[in-house]
Ligand binder design. Sequence first.
Ligand SMILES: [Zn+2]
Length: 371
Amino acid sequence: MPYAVPKLTDYSPAALEKAANECISACQAEAAEVRSDSDLKSLRDRWMARKNGILTQINDLWLKGAPKEAKRDAGMRVNELKVRITELVDAAHVTSGGDAAAESVDISLPGIRRPIGAEHPIIKTMNEIVGVFQKLGYSVAEGPVVETDYYNFEALNFPPNHPARDTQDTLFIANQQSKPQRERLLLRTHTSPVQIHTMETMRPPIRIVIPGKVHRNDPPDASHSPMFHQIEGLAVDTNITFGDLKGTLDHAMKSLFGSNVKTHFRPSFFPFTEPSAELYVSCFICGGSGKRGADNAPCRPCKQTGWIEVLGCGMVDPNVFEFVKDNGYDPKKVSGFAFGMGVDRLALLKYGVDDIQLFFQGDVRFLEQWA
Ligand SMILES: [Zn+2]
């Protein structure tokens, strides 16, 4: 039975409400059955037509027939109903039938497969190195990429005229000539400033590794990039010796490159460590022979020496502790060691890539190989 507007005899609020709800339900049901453009037109005509449309009938039957005392309430109710019916008719649209089926999702269809990303080879290498030290009880510290001269150089015992401060090596933020040198901002050239930040906030003993991006004024080529990655480590406690440094790094290199590798330290110089050394591992590509394959081809990664330089390290210079002395780092009471390595270079060796630029060009075909 199609909906027909009833004559009202009871004008109580409850009765008006009931009549209005019946009308709305009827309109909703009819709107859901629209299958064609002509159905849509019929729906509109039936409900909205000025001459004898359902809204007009309601107006006539409910409002004009209302007793005087109920007219005001009935008028408000009818106006609300007109708004609601107009919305329903305006929103009605042609559906293909079976209203629920037309709107629902067909769960038997295969879904849209989105490619899953993977760790970038640099990040992967970084996480591996950090993981080795985390197992030794080190925690991870991070710091800002934009640093002041104070943290990047001065507090790390770089003398005022050290060539590293030169704009040929360091990328400075522009227009800071009016500032005192120690406050000038630059892109950090190493992760070492985080050592100072950490010692300012944490009292000894500490064991931290610091992974991060660093920048230098190097034009890009196969082995240089103005942006690259370092991992730095710092251990400070009472009675830390060079023996602890050697033992820790030997263990770390065996974890990273295999238990067969040998380690070897050569004297070096860094402003913030004394004594300082470079750590070499026996070439994990040729096994230390300097030759590769059956035809004894020269091993390029180790330049036929059988050794690969992996990192710089040393005992923290007491002058560095002087900058954070007030937080418990009295150079007479504590000692420590620090080390820093270039992640990108290790990733090049590890994955046999011969151009560092490939890591940063974002070519998915290149990156997919390590996914
Ligand atoms: Zn080699």
